[in-house]
Design a protein around this ligand. Structure first.
Ligand code: ATP
Ligand code: MG
Length: 336
């Protein structure tokens, strides 16, 4: 499908970093929506390896995790023939546009990003400039494809806002160049919290294995992690203030079963947290089993995965090059 043709379906773009196997936070907050949107939109999805090196990565591990993340995207049910699925570093327009947009982003606005503050605390020995300009690269990812919607978890909302600001600023100076993207954030599951510290978001790079459930965890491991999830001493399954652990489990259960909080409260009235935790674990296991089975099959066929990645990169390069060329002309670079 050609970029910018008036009859094209609205475009969706999103990306995930190959920093570890995705968690149920990534799945419920983002990946599940990627799949849901793929029927009605023109979807472009990336494995964001350029973003991943803002935190120090072991090269062999990064390579493995990049392939795994790509295989996982195919395993959540995305069709590489119908969607553009690619690895970010295979398409050179991303870093090129990021540099240009760096020059249209103010130091002050980038300094207000909470992810930068959080990650610089977590990685105090490596507060690199890439960590600081991360949102500008993310803006480039989105704006290159003239994306209308960006399905993300709530933690990325601020980055989407800065993307819109950068795009509006650029359009204001040079005339209409970029589509202004809108965040697509689900109502439930947009912020899955850590099972061990439910005031913090679940993060796939959290070193505590009990804090997060990976999409590929075995049913046994999933059950164990939910059984040891931190809750409170009230022993009543209800959504409320000061009940971060239970609120989180209720959100996860609601996402997997489609039940409302009220229905969940009724279902577990008079029952203890033990029963509830087992039910949450079972619902998650049921949701993830087909993904894990498909993944275990796909990951063994590297040749097929690399072929899909090459096709995806070709399509992504073609679409994004048009935007980059336009930007370079507008900024005033002498044409070759
Ligand atoms: P890292 O710790 O490496 O940053 P991450 O778990 O934050 O890992 P990302 O690759 O940064 O994962 O984000 C991928 C997608 O998952 C983004 O759309 C992000 O908003 C979403 N996401 C991340 N964490 C959560 C969460 N706890 N709940 C819901 N969505 C989330
Ligand atoms: Mg993240």
């Amino acid at each position: 499908m050609e970029n910018n043709t008036p009859q094209r379906r609205p475009r969706v773009l999103s990306a995930i970093q190959p920093t570890a196997i995705p968690t149920i936070g990534n799945y419920l907050g983002a990946l599940r929506n990627w799949k849901a949107m793929s029927d009605d939109y023109d979807c472009v999805y990336a494995v964001a390896d350029l973003h991943a090196i803002t935190v120090r990565q072991d090269p062999a591990t990064l390579r493995r995790q990049t392939l795994e993340a790509f295989a996982l995207l195919l395993s959540i049910g995305l069709d590489p023939e119908k969607n553009v699925i690619f690895i970010q570093s295979h398409v050179n327009t991303h870093s090129q546009l990021a540099w240009i947009l760096d020059c249209y982003t103010q130091f002050g606005e980038a300094s207000r990003m909470t992810q930068f503050k959080d990650k610089s605390q977590k990685h105090a020995d490596n507060v690199n400039v890439g960590l600081f300009t991360y949102p500008v690269l993310m803006a480039a990812d989105i704006l290159l494809y003239q994306a209308n919607f960006v399905p993300i978890g709530a933690d990325q909302k601020q980055h989407l806002e800065i993307t819109r600001d950068i795009a509006e600023r650029f359009n204001g100076i040079y005339g209409n160049t970029f589509t202004i993207p809108e965040a697509f954030i689900g109502k439930v599951g947009a912020r899955v919290m850590s099972l061990q510290n439910p005031t913090q978001k679940m993060s796939k790079s959290d070193p505590n294995p009990k804090a997060s459930v990976s999409i590929l965890d075995t049913p046994d491991a999933i059950m164990k992690k939910f059984k040891s999830a931190v809750t409170d001493s009230e022993a009543v399954v209800r959504y409320g203030e000061g009940k971060d652990g239970i609120n989180n489990l209720m959100s996860i259960y609601s996402c997997c079963t489609g039940k409302s909080f009220e229905e969940i409260e009724n279902e577990f009235a008079g029952k203890g947290y033990g029963d509830f935790k087992v039910s949450v674990a079972e619902a998650v296991i049921e949701e993830l089993t087909p993904v894990r089975e498909r993944f275990n099959e796909r990951i063994t066929d590297k040749a097929y995965l690399m072929e899909c990645a090459a096709k995806g990169a070709d399509m992504a390069q073609r679409i994004s090059q048009r935007t980059l060329d336009k930007v370079m002309r507008k900024v005033g670079f002498l044409q070759k």
